[in-house]
Ligand binder design. Structure first.
Ligand code: ADP
Ligand code: MG
Length: 218
């Protein structure tokens, strides 16, 4: 479902180039749950952003469901992403001036499949945040915020979820809660690729890969 070939990324910052990724090859099949581990600065976020078509690689291809992301125009790549890929970040990325309902509705701006009210009601029920629908993010706990972000990622029925340390700001109970929802998504046929530091996610993964200084360790 996802194949990356010869991916390299160099950031130009001032006089010094930073090589964030070097010659990464990876194939991920439908319904895998892949953990990406590696110390801070090893390239996990860069890799996830490139996999999602949000960051251009310096070299290489990313093929998702047969589509070569970086051969698409920027507009078509954005559309594809909006319909097929859900993102979850460590810091939630909720819009502070929108309530929970409006945050979950946000993909409507980009995705082709229109999200209806009923779908939002259903997903907040499933994620246990139904009574938070009209609250702003600032009124929510960390765990609730991340469940809203998950709802926003899941509402488009993506084939792939990319999660960048989604439990990095959560305690153990909330971490396991988030892992549970990612696992349900995967068991229904979705693919999950998640970067993480800790060990709490280990038993949820079907495969773990390791990055070290921008290279995959065999
Ligand atoms: P991780 O997520 O594993 O902590 P990152 O992918 O964020 O690692 O970073 C990999 C390397 O790329 C680091 O050395 C980081 O400093 C560098 N890097 C990331 N983003 C940028 C950027 N926008 N400009 C310059 N260097 C960057
Ligand atoms: Mg990171």
């Amino acid at each position: 479902m996802l194949e990356i070939k010869s991916i390299a990324k160099t950031f130009k910052s001032g006089k010094n180039d930073v090589v964030a990724l070097n010659d990464i090859h990876l194939r991920v099949e439908k319904s895998e749950f892949v953990l990406i581990k590696g110390e801070s600065g090893s390239g996990k976020s860069t890799l996830l952003f490139i996999m999602g078509g949000m960051l251009n690689p310096t070299f290489g291809n990313v093929v998702v469901n047969g589509k070569d992301l970086f051969s698409l125009s920027e507009k078509n790549r954005g559309k594809y992403r909006a319909n097929e890929i859900g993102f979850v970040f460590q810091s939630y990325h909720l819009l502070p001036y929108l309530n929970v309902y409006e945050n979950i509705m946000l993909p409507n701006e980009l995705a082709e499949t229109k999200i209806d009210k009923e779908a939002v009601f259903k997903i907040v029920e499933e994620l246990g945040i139904k009574d938070r629908l009209y609250h702003k993010p600032s009124q929510l706990s960390a765990g609730e915020k991340q469940r809203v972000a998950l709802a926003r990622a899941l509402i488009i029925n993506p084939s792939l979820i990319l999660a960048d340390e989604p439990t990095g700001n959560l305690d153990e109970r909330n971490t396991l809660e988030v892992m549970k929802y990612l696992k349900i998504f995967q068991e229904k046929g979705g693919t999950v690729i998640m970067a993480t530091h800790g060990n709490l996610a280990d038993s949820y993964a079907t495969r773990t890969i390791r990055l070290h200084k921008g290279e995959l360790i065999k």
